[in-house]
Design a binder for this molecule. Structure first.
Ligand SMILES: Nc1nc2c(ncn2[C@@H]2O[C@H](COP(=O)(O)OP(=O)(O)O)[C@@H](O)[C@H]2O)c(=O)[nH]1
Ligand SMILES: [Mg+2]
Length: 466
């Protein structure tokens, strides 16, 4: 069989022509959060953005006369009635965030004022922007790749230093360039195989075949290194799920309050006070941690408390870290030793200000006190150490997300198929097909290879005005 890659039956899925090249409608949105603030920002982007601005703005000059990247003080009018005094800036295509003509209006941050200004934009010809549409246009106009657009979202949502750093690096394009480098190597490999298909008389020598495999293995290794950052990505984006559990009255809610630094949960000497699961996020050495305070485990007749205990058990099943709290003044409950081996569990003996019950004599545990704040620094240290060991890769500041993991997983599986094909001595065409599938999956990550469907679901996760 003589087949060139260009004639491959599997055409890559791609963004519809319409999405890529149609002149884009002018859209507008409020880009700042709703609510009262000193100022709010309204963005208009698209072919007629500056025209819309001309129609609603009065000042010494028309926005269409402003040089690009300048701002002026003026007024927004609605049927000759003043709505607000604003600062308006003009960014001409392609040197703008979206790559199109972009106008930004800084107005006073009242809920009514901002919506009036936005309505004026609509009346002047703009339509409402969908969530993430500004970033989607930035992507479609080649201002950023998909990983960078996703980083914008990560950056906005980042709640800890490490998460912020990972988002910033991704925004700068590190992940994108890593993926493009791997793709480049795959393309070279494919070209080599392609040559062998087109010129079968110059058969790939066995030695060369071995080299081919070595190159493929190197590429596979790079992919699995990236895949290994998925866990770090999940932790940085969603936080570590740390569940505080144990018998009633051990001091679980007190511990939550201590770690948070304020009284969030009710602390009481009445057993069974905490019935619902309480969740709060803290940042420890830059790592986001979702702390869950749970209903104490005990036999209870109370319906509400029993539901609380059921919730505790569900939380335990999905935890990344377990903080098992006991009152060291009380006897040791049975069945504790069974959990000792668990690498995600830390045993905490609380109330170190009180005498220790003899049951705990040889217990390997962290001894803490929540009333006098004793041992809590050591606990924070232990939490950070556990999380770092189990989930983080300090040598790698990249942290892929679930979508990247899915694409990389498929790319890796295709490479494995290609490898098996070669080892099975099948004709190189089969290997080429597999490698092309791997290329496509990698291309989905950066957006070089995308369907409208992927774009729609990705940008819909953004907020409006981004
Ligand atoms: N002496 C002492 N009492 C504590 C300590 N931590 C919590 N308590 C008390 O133990 C009782 C139960 O605390 P709480 O946090 O509600 O326990 P939970 O049921 O496990 O959530 C309360 O009266 C707390 O004041 C501690 O370190 N030392
Ligand atoms: Mg409690």
């Amino acid at each position: 069989m003589h087949r060139s890659l260009a004639g491959s039956p599997e055409q890559p899925a791609s963004v519809s022509e319409e999405k890529r090249i149609s002149p884009r409608e002018t859209m507008a949105a409020i880009s700042t959060p709703t609510g009262e603030g000193a100022i709010a920002l309204i963005r208009i982007s698209g072919e007629d953005a500056i025209g819309v601005a001309d129609r609603i703005y009065r000042g010494k000059e028309k926005p269409s006369e402003f040089p690009s990247h300048t701002q002026r003080l003026g007024e927004i009018l609605e049927a000759e009635r003043l709505i607000d005094q604003v600062v308006l800036s003009v960014h001409r295509a392609p040197a703008s965030y979206t790559g199109e003509d972009l106008v930004e209006i800084g107005c006073h941050g009242g809920v009514l004022v901002t919506s009036r200004v936005l309505e004026a934009c609509f009346r002047a010809g703009a339509r409402a922007a969908r969530p993430g549409e500004f970033s989607e246009r930035a992507f479609l106009n080649g201002k950023m790749d998909l990983t960078q657009a996703e980083a914008v979202m990560d950056l906005i949502r980042a709640r800890s230093d490490l998460a912020l750093r990972a988002a910033t690096e991704q925004l700068e394009g590190r992940l994108g360039s890593e993926i493009r480098a791997i793709r480049g190597q795959l393309v070279e490999l494919l070209a080599h195989i392609e040559a062998a298909i087109d010129f079968p008389e110059e058969d790939i020598a066995p030695a060369e075949g071995g080299q081919l495999q070595a190159r493929l293995d190197l590429i596979r290794q790079k992919m699995s290194d990236l895949l290994a950052t998925a866990e770090q990505g999940r932790i940085l984006r969603e936080g570590v799920r740390a569940v505080i559990y144990g018998p009633t009255n051990a001091g679980k809610s007190s511990l939550l309050n201590r770690l948070l630094g304020y009284d969030r949960a009710i602390v009481s000497e009445t057993p069974g006070t905490t019935r619902d699961t309480i969740e709060e996020v803290i940042s420890l050495r830059g790592i986001p941690i979702r702390l869950l305070d749970t209903a104490g485990l005990r036999d209870s007749q109370d319906v509400l408390e029993r539901e609380g205990i059921a919730r505790t058990e569900r939380s335990l099943a999905t935890a990344d870290l377990l903080l098992h709290v006991f009152d060291r003044n009380a006897p040791k409950p049975t069945g504790l030793d069974r959990n000792q081996e668990d690498r995600i569990e830390l045993v905490l003996l609380n109330k170190s200000d009180l005498a220790e019950h003899p049951d705990w004599k040889d217990q390997d545990a962290l001894r803490i006190c929540c009333v006098e704040e004793n041992g809590l620094r050591g606990l924070e240290e232990a939490i950070v150490t556990r999380i770092s060991q189990n989930h983080l890769r300090p040598e790698n500041s990249l942290a892929i997300n679930a979508r990247h993991r899915d694409c990389l997983g498929r790319a890796l599986a295709s490479c494995d198929l290609a490898r098996a094909t070669r080892q099975g001595g099948l004709s190189p065409e089969y290997m080429a097909v597999d490698l092309r599938a791997a290329l496509r999956a990698l291309g989905e990550i950066t957006g070089e290879e995308n369907t409208d469907e992927i774009l729609d679901s990705l940008f819909a996760q953004f907020c409006i005005g981004k």
